[in-house]
Design a protein around this ligand. Structure first.
Ligand code: ZN
Length: 482
């Protein structure tokens, strides 16, 4: 068997399964991207951050990535948006694509290997529709082409929704009812032109692709007929992903995706996010309120397991910021200890930190292997910090152990991507004050030294004089729990 002990929950089989890519060492992954008709909200952001964690964890396990994410730049929502704004569709979607990509940057989301647009794959969508017609899985009606759900026996295997059991409200809510369809469950592969809509030529006259076929085509064009992992929000399981499976597998006769992985819903202050409730929050608002993007990232990826429903609140971002503050303080302290550790400690005996390092790595890896349990993995990061802090405090940590600690923290951060930090201008000012105080003490100007200490204390900064110099920490905002 292979090297990986990684278990992922597969929606298709409804259980955790060991994951290995089918071919060589490269993971072929497709994730449903944004529909670029508006700014993404914090619920969408959780999904995009999950894709990032998933790809980072796969790379952490030693796999190469071939990850495709689409931009849905033609569908009902984008067309309506462009019509209402009175601008051509490409201009309208280009604007929201740009906003979307700009949001991912401060969230430290690694770009996928291929970011692809639906409108650049129209000929392939026409081809797949032709194949489905030839194979008897589709029919033309009124210039549109529909997939015949009854012709595909595997329909419902992902969502559990079998064609005969679909209620009228389910089909009407998510699959458009249409006078030309034979059955309520059937869905459009190609839609005949309507007035005011952008259209492309096809053997069935001018029209545009249906939303579901866009993803099937973009996945298979870039990754082949069977891909390793397909992901998308839980709300896409039915009908979007179910229909992707039906049209792809009916055309190729092969399994479309080996693993289907779905991040859970996000609630906002205990409520479902919806336009009608008027409770949508976008990233810009959180950043404008002064929240650290790294804390927002940490809150969204590591407060709750990715498959559970997560109740996002301002408090959850503040909690993440406090945890992050402890991590950043620790990284600074580690650097100071490394700078102070002389070469002569190299021959010293190993301390308790060597065992703590091994245990933290083993536990961290086990948490990641267990269906990407990031909250658990983060708790093992704090375990390591506690172990290293006590070895640093009692002066037993060797230089080599401190170096290993830094290397392991950096390794863990390949998934979290928030541990490294640049010292801000505020930090630099505090450190300038500390240097001024050191000078005053050297010159035995204790009145001035105490004055500086008091100034900093009133700003919530506590100084600790130790063998390696003066360290500082914030009180209140960053309780010294470790
Ligand atoms: Zn999709």
């Amino acid at each position: 068997m292979g090297m990986s002990a990684l278990q992922l929950y597969n929606t298709l089989t409804r259980r955790k399964q060991p994951f290995e890519p089918a071919k060589a060492n490269t993971v072929r992954m497709y994730t449903c991207g944004p529909t670029v008709y508006d700014v993404v909200h914090v619920g969408n952001l959780r999904t995009f951050l999950f894709y990032d964690v998933l790809r980072r964890a796969l790379q952490y396990k030693g796999f190469q990535m071939k990850h495709v994410m689409n931009i849905t730049d033609v569908d009902d929502k984008t067309i309506n948006g462009a019509l209402q704004a009175g601008v051509p569709l490409p201009e309208y979607t280009a604007k929201y694509t740009e906003v979307f990509l700009a949001d991912l940057e401060p969230m430290r989301v690694e770009p996928p290997e291929h970011l692809v647009r639906a409108t650049e794959h129209i000929p392939q969508m026409v081809e797949l529709t032709k194949t489905l017609l030839e194979k008897g899985h589709a029919y033309e009606s009124g210039g549109s082409v529909y997939f015949n759900v009854a012709s595909f026996p595997g329909y419902g295997k992902l969502s559990g929704k079998r064609p005969g059991t679909l209620s009228v409200s389910e089909t009407h809510a998510r699959i458009e009812s249409d006078e030309y369809k034979d059955d309520v469950a059937d869905f459009a592969l190609w839609k005949a032109a309507k007035p005011d809509e952008p259209t492309w030529d096809s053997p069935w006259g001018p029209g545009r692709p249906g939303w579901f076929i866009e993803c099937s085509v973009m996945a298979m064009t870039h990754l082949g007929e069977t891909i390793d992992i397909h992901s998308g929000g839980t709300d896409l399981i039915f009908p979007h992903h179910e229909n992707e499976i039906a049209q792809s597998e009916a055309a190729t006769g092969k399994p479309f995706a080996r693993f289907w992985v779905h991040p859970g819903f996000l609630l906002l202050n205990g409520q479902k996010i919806s336009k009608s409730l008027g409770n949508i929050i976008v990233l810009k608002e959180l950043l404008d309120d002064g929240h650290d993007p790294a804390a927002i990232r940490l809150a969204l990826i590591a407060t709750a397991h990715y498959r559970t429903q997560f109740n996002f609140t301002v408090e959850s971002v503040k909690d993440a910021a406090r945890g992050l503050g402890r991590i950043h303080d620790f990284m600074d302290r580690l650097e100071e200890a490394l700078a102070a550790a002389s070469a002569d400690t190299e021959a010293a005996e190993e301390s308790s930190l060597t065992a703590a390092l091994a245990e933290a790595e083993r536990n961290f890896d086990a948490a990641i292997d267990d269906d990407l349990n990031l909250p658990q993995a983060l708790s093992h990061v704090f375990d390591l910090m506690r172990g290293a802090n006590s070895a640093m405090a009692d002066g037993t940590a060797t230089r080599s152990e401190l170096e290993q600690t830094r290397a392991l923290m950096r390794k863990f951060d390949r998934i979290f991507a928030v541990f490294e930090h640049e010292k801000g201008t505020v930090d630099a000012e505090i450190e300038a004050k500390i240097r001024e105080r050191d000078e005053a003490r050297k010159e035995r100007d204790f009145a001035r030294a105490d004055q500086i200490r008091d100034e900093l204390a009133s700003a919530g900064i506590v100084l600790e004089d130790g063998p390696t110099g003066t360290r500082w920490r914030r009180v209140g905002k960053r309780p010294g729990v470790i």
